[in-house]
Design a protein around this ligand. Structure first.
Ligand code: AMP
Ligand code: MG
Length: 330
């Protein structure tokens, strides 16, 4: 399979295949589409029942809100347009992620929660050919009050192991049809953990591409400087966060232990130029000591299914492909 990588801007490994809309597909292509969809159904059923079994509340998502993920200053993010609309006299944005809602929900009402959250990110046009980006996609976004990064990482490892095992067993026909049955393995846990600084020293600026092409097991990368809500140790300058990278594929999950202290959040927002007026509720709760420590992550469903099925582009995992720069009628 082609090495795909969320390189945060440097669009290496461009692919030439771009998924076309349903009405243009041949019988064979429609059959492939149905196979991928059967795997998606299995993945969604497995993941949601595992989360429910482990005591997570299944929340319905929100779409429009004043607060959403700023996606800044994450070097991996690249939105070419930020959408704002006015409803009832207020300016709202479609969810780029439900991070703010998760932090508030986990603090106030639901100690463990997850949601299947539709996200809209108008990615830069050149991301059409990364094979990893869609302009609409779904995250399984989850959060646990008082959880540590290690708790989340261990939980994710179990879920990925269980999922790959069960999909191989219960969707073997589909995986064979897709040519993925023999090469998809149940990974060994614990997954290796790499610190971004060490990787940069070892491989230079292209560390992510190198790591992805060299590893045959899922690996964690920690200590990634990015948005205000990821926990940063101001004394050591290290970040208590993590990405899960799938072998020969790329990033499928980002998460962290969260900031919850008012002074730190304000300092980071001011440092990063994030508009505090869009986060009034979060800041008020933090100031009142009602924002609680938590940790969590978001898993990109299309990427996860894309890896499992060996899709050539994540648009193949979507019934109606959402490829950056290509807007089909449906
Ligand atoms: P982020 O917090 O930006 O890392 O997003 C969380 C997860 O959502 C990523 O690890 C990906 O699996 C997925 N994701 C992010 N952006 C996209 C995109 N444009 N298309 C598809 N999946 C995405
Ligand atoms: Mg990420």
């Amino acid at each position: 399979m082609k090495v795909m990588v969320d390189t945060g801007g440097a669009e290496s490994g461009a692919i030439s295949y771009l998924p076309r809309p349903l009405e243009e597909l041949s019988e064979a292509e429609l059959e492939r589409k149905l196979c991928i969809s059967r795997v998606t159904t299995h993945v969604l059923r497995y993941l949601t029942s595992e989360f429910v079994r482990c005591g997570f509340e299944w929340l319905l998502p929100v779409i429009f809100s004043e607060s959403t993920d700023p996606l800044w200053p994450d070097p991996g993010a690249s939105v070419e347009k930020r959408i704002e609309v006015e409803i009832y006299g207020r300016t709202v944005r479609p969810m780029m992620s439900m991070i703010v809602h998760k932090m508030v929900a986990a603090s106030l009402a639901y100690p463990r929660l997850f949601t299947l959250s539709p996200n809209i990110r108008i990615e830069r046009r050149e991301r059409a050919t990364t094979g990893m980006h869609a302009y609409e996609f779904t995250q399984l976004d989850f959060e646990g009050r008082d959880a540590t990064s290690r708790d989340i990482m261990a939980f994710v490892e179990k879920v990925i192991q269980g999922l790959t095992g069960s999909v191989k067993k219960e969707r073997s026909e589909e995986l064979k049809h897709l040519g993925r049955h023999d090469c998809l393995r149940v990974p060994e846990a614990p997954f290796r953990v790499y610190d971004r600084e060490e990787l940069k020293e070892r491989y230079g600026e292209e560390w992510e591409t190198q790591l992805i092409s060299e590893s045959d097991e899922p690996v964690w990368i920690t200590n990634l400087p990015r948005e205000f809500y990821d926990f940063e140790d101001f004394e050591t300058g290290t970040w208590d966060n993590y990405d899960l990278v799938l072998p020969r594929y790329g990033e499928v999950l980002s998460g962290s232990r969260r900031e919850w202290e008012y002074d730190k959040i304000v300092e980071k927002m001011e440092r990063d130029g994030v508009r505090k007026e869009n986060y009034k509720v979060l800041l008020k709760l933090a100031r009142e000591g009602r924002l609680k420590p938590s940790a969590g992550a978001g898993i990109g469903i299309e990427r996860l299914v894309g890896w499992i099925t060996g899709a050539r582009h994540i648009g193949e995992t979507q019934p109606f492909p959402r490829i950056p720069s290509i807007v089909y009628e449906l």
